[in-house]
Design a protein around this ligand. Structure first.
Ligand code: IPE
Ligand code: IPE
Ligand code: MG
Length: 242
């Protein structure tokens, strides 16, 4: 693969945990547990392939509307999985960031997030952004509020700097597992020029092979960013001057 054909930043809507569990006559939460395993595997695989940034959608602003039992199960699982997995992530050189509205999260969840962020902040491997209580609309609104608070003009550049993923380039590739073909309030601003790949696999079943399939589809896409084909380099990349 030429370097441009590998995405720098992959973002994933990890969907299908509930259906994975239902198919096995298991409670939905069992699917979410399996989803954590899938994320660990996927982060390793992305790192091994030279992908620099992985951003995953773990809990949306709208997921609070699920039955209370599932919501509290997800909160517990999140805190527990963080506590359990962070040292391994740290050993693998992963730098963890948490993105989303923290105002409604419990002290326990916030503490785990802060510990994971602090422990891994100097790592130089894969950047893993976990979107938790995240919504694309929330993100745009909080960025606008920051501009107002700082009395800055509402330019595209200023807004970009206030978005919650300002520390990384925009995603090149957005993958959604679970067969649905919608954005569900994920990276509304940042995915402006992302390539989308939809996988039929339920998230717990998403493996290296499926990741490679998505990467192959991505490599075949021609990203034009509003230009026309003859303006691109022979290998399909954008001219450096652009
Ligand atoms: C995605 O899986 C995980 C979260 C939204 C937390 P789902 O729980 O949405 O699984 P399905 O779509 O019901 O199968
Ligand atoms: C999107 O999945 C959110 C996450 C994966 C965290 P949902 O399952 O909540 O999306 P909808 O409701 O089917 O659009
Ligand atoms: Mg779903």
């Amino acid at each position: 693969m030429t370097s441009h054909s590998l995405p720098v930043h992959v973002a994933i809507v990890m969907d299908g945990n509930g259906r994975w569990a239902s198919k096995r006559f298991l409670p939905r939460l069992a699917g979410h547990h399996q989803g954590v395993e899938s994320l660990k595997r996927c982060a390793k695989a992305c790192d091994a392939r030279g992908i620099r940034v992985l951003t995953v959608f773990a809990f949306s602003s709208e997921n609070w509307s699920r039955p209370a039992e599932e919501v509290s199960g997800l909160m517990d699982l999140f805190a527990m999985a963080l506590g359990r997995e962070v040292s391994q992530m740290h050993q693998e050189g992963v730098r963890m960031h948490f993105v989303g509205d923290r105002s409604k999260l419990s002290d326990r969840v916030l503490r785990e997030m802060e510990q994971a962020t602090a422990l891994t902040c100097n790592n130089t491997g894969l950047i893993l952004n976990i979107c938790f209580n995240y919504g694309g609309r929330w993100d745009i609104v909080q960025a606008v509020q920051s501009l107002i608070a700082k009395n800055l003009p509402a330019t595209e550049k200023n807004l970009c700097a206030m978005m919650s993923l300002a520390h990384v380039p925009d995603p090149d590739l957005v993958i959604r597992t679970g067969g649905e073909q919608r954005i569900s309030n994920f990276l509304l601003w940042q995915s402006a020029y992302a390539e989308f790949v939809f996988s039929e696999q339920l998230w717990p079943d998403f493996n290296e092979q499926e990741l490679d399939k998505a990467l192959q589809i991505f490599a075949k896409r021609q990203r034009r960013f509003g230009k026309i084909s003859p303006q691109l380099n022979a290998d399909g990349s954008l001219p450096l001057s652009s």
